[in-house]
Design a protein around this ligand. Structure first.
Ligand SMILES: O=C(CO)COP(=O)(O)O
Length: 139
């Protein structure tokens, strides 16, 4: 599965902690991240990730483009609900695309626990069916 990892600054420690705790699961998948988040995760865990630009510089949009092209299977996006983001429209657009394409999105530690455990149990295998059928690429 292709998994994107993103965290706002105030949530980066939480995401690093989360990925560290579940790295045995994450290492079985192809990981992507926005710039700074990816660097932090790589430094903490040694996991290799494809890093896009930093969120404020277009990284959220790069991940959004991959969602639109049916190339992302799950998103862990630890958002900071208490701090205004200069690129709020990009954040909203990324969340919107997850809804457009029914891509599982965890925006906090609570839902992330469920998503990672669901992933481990094989509950996201339907994504392979979607991809085999080429769904989500039309239009
Ligand atoms: O801003 C972000 C998500 O909106 C995350 O970007 P960074 O990982 O580069 O900090």
């Amino acid at each position: 599965m292709n998994i994107a990892l993103i965290a706002h600054d105030q949530k980066k420690n939480d995401l690093v902690q989360f990925v560290t705790a579940y790295q045995e699961i994450f290492k079985k998948h192809k990981l992507f991240a926005t710039g700074t988040t990816g660097l932090r995760i790589n430094e903490a865990t040694g996991l290799s990730l494809t890093r896009f630009k930093s969120g404020p510089l277009g990284g959220d949009q790069e991940i959004g483009a991959r969602i639109a092209n049916n190339q992302m299977d799950a998103i862990f996006f630890f958002r900071d609900p208490l701090t205004a983001q200069p690129h709020e429209p990009d954040v909203t657009a990324l969340v919107r695309l997850c809804d457009v394409y029914a891509i599982p999105l965890a925006t906090n530690m609570g839902s992330a626990e469920l998503l990672i455990r669901g992933l481990e149990m094989g509950l996201l295998e339907w994504r392979n069916v979607v991809k085999e059928n080429g769904e989500g690429n039309e239009g």
